[in-house]
Design a protein around this ligand. Sequence first.
Ligand SMILES: [Ca+2]
Ligand SMILES: [Ca+2]
Ligand SMILES: [Ca+2]
Length: 158
Amino acid sequence: MVASRQSVDELQRYRDMILKTTFDSAAKGKDRIQKVEFGALLRRGAPDLSAQVLNIAFRDADQDSNGYISHSEFVEWLELEACQQARGRVGVAMTAVFRLWDADGNANISEEELHAVLNKSGVRLSVKDMCSLFKIIDENSDGSLSYDEFSNFLFPQE
Ligand SMILES: [Ca+2]
Ligand SMILES: [Ca+2]
Ligand SMILES: [Ca+2]
């Protein structure tokens, strides 16, 4: 299926929105993520994450080594992590992000959960756009977003 130019732009807009919302949520509304917040995010994916592994992940993500993770550093780091995870490397980044959205922890993101996180971070989408966003991510149309659907949407792997 060849997507039209407009829908490619729309997909990118939705992707950016979800990534920005994830960043805002981790950064608690500020424009940068501190190490303690980064640790809190990653421990959603791996509750027993060691300080050593956290330090390495933080150093990887903090490209300019200024002690904070900016939005662009966060997105680049997550994309690299998603790519490596898709190639079979064990990683917690995408799992941690998924858990941020999966509020009840049942391994699926419901339409309500998707809306709740977007609303909390101040994204204002019409009901129609919310519905179409959910339908785009829900590839098998079963009414919930699995980990694979969610990560494939954010970082499609060739
Ligand atoms: Ca930085
Ligand atoms: Ca859920
Ligand atoms: Ca689904």
